[in-house]
Write a protein that binds this ligand. Structure first.
Ligand SMILES: NC(=O)c1ccc[n+]([C@@H]2O[C@H](COP(=O)([O-])OP(=O)(O)OC[C@H]3O[C@@H](n4cnc5c(N)ncnc54)[C@H](OP(=O)(O)O)[C@@H]3O)[C@@H](O)[C@H]2O)c1
Length: 277
């Protein structure tokens, strides 16, 4: 029985993943911003498996809230086997997180960056800790633009570009962690889950949704792959992999750029430093 924490487990891919894990009898911690929704998901999961299910309130829109949630996890558990960084959003207009960051950058990436670094000591307590990052094929169009991390500096907002940037940042973070964790018992891998029928596209204009919906696959497909990455023995020594469901797993040159990964990591550390002591 493994102890697995999933961010954004109350919908889409996160929920499907939690379902398989609970069916298999694992201890699943649902890290969700909406407690009411998480409670009803827990009720569903309670019916389908024997695994223990806990809920932690996690709002990635605020670094204070992320820090608070991570402190709770640190106080409550002595180890974690798998961390699945799944929560994410697509925002159709420019918005800022509580800390002033552009929302894709703040929620999809920076919140998870802080969350992961805070929980790393618990992963190191596992016999073999695994971190899985939900990136996206969209990272191919992404760029690292520190001058636009803060929403107030953005003059021309484009949903897809800022989403892509956040997904590139997820992948760069996974790759940088891989290098930093070499020789330790923890691995870091990432994946593109496919174009999935979930709530992610809920705010897209109808015509855009129509285009996306031509390629949709059910969330159970990536969920199965995530469970494999989380638990299968053939993944024990895999570190720094990028998987892709539905399309070939191609990392952009930027995603493979170690220098870029290091500099994004360093920039991100300065943004969250006060929470690390
Ligand atoms: N669907 C796709 O085609 C696709 C393709 C490539 C990559 N991905 C990636 O896969 C991951 C899962 O997406 P999905 O398709 O399953 O989307 P989804 O159905 O919209 O689920 C997203 C989850 O993230 C949570 N979330 C959003 N904002 C949050 C915040 N501020 N704090 C905490 N949790 C928050 C949501 O919580 P609420 O229920 O409270 O909103 C929800 O549980 C994302 O990282 C996404 O970028 C998806």
């Amino acid at each position: 029985m493994k102890k697995i924490i999933i961010t954004g487990a109350n919908a889409g891919i996160g929920f499907s993943t939690a379902k398989i894990l609970v069916e298999q009898g694992h201890h699943v911690i649902l890290a969700c911003r909406n407690l009411e929704k998480a409670q009803s998901v827990k009720q569903i999961l309670d019916q389908i498996g024997t695994g223990q299910i806990d809920i932690i309130q996690l709002d990635l829109n605020s670094l204070d809230a992320v820090n608070h949630a991570a402190e709770q996890v640190l106080a409550q558990y002595t180890y974690i086997d798998v961390l699945i960084n799944n929560a994410g959003l697509i925002n159709t207009h420019l918005e800022a997180t509580e800390d002033g960051y552009e929302k894709h950058f703040g929620v999809n990436y920076l919140g998870h960056f802080l969350w992961t670094l805070k929980l790393l000591p618990l992963l190191k307590q596992s016999q073999q800790g695994r971190i899985i990052h939900l990136s996206s094929i969209a990272h191919l169009a992404g760029r690292v633009q520190p001058q636009y991390f803060k929403a107030e500096n953005i003059k021309h907002f484009q949903t897809f570009l800022y989403y892509a940037n956040s997904k590139l940042a997820n992948l760069l973070f996974s790759n940088e962690l891989t290098r930093q964790l070499q020789g330790s018992s923890v691995t870091s891998n990432a994946l593109h889950p496919g174009v999935v029928d979930s709530e992610l596209y809920r705010h897209l204009p109808r015509y855009q949704y129509k285009v996306v919906s031509l390629a949709l696959i059910p969330p159970e497909r990536p969920a199965k792959r995530i469970v494999e990455m989380a638990l299968a023995s053939q993944w024990t020594h895999k570190n720094g992999q990028y998987e892709s469901v539905q399309t070939p797993a191609i990392q952009s040159p930027k995603a493979r750029n170690q220098h870029l990964a290091k500099s994004l990591y360093q920039d991100s550390i300065t943004l969250i430093e006060k929470y690390l002591h």
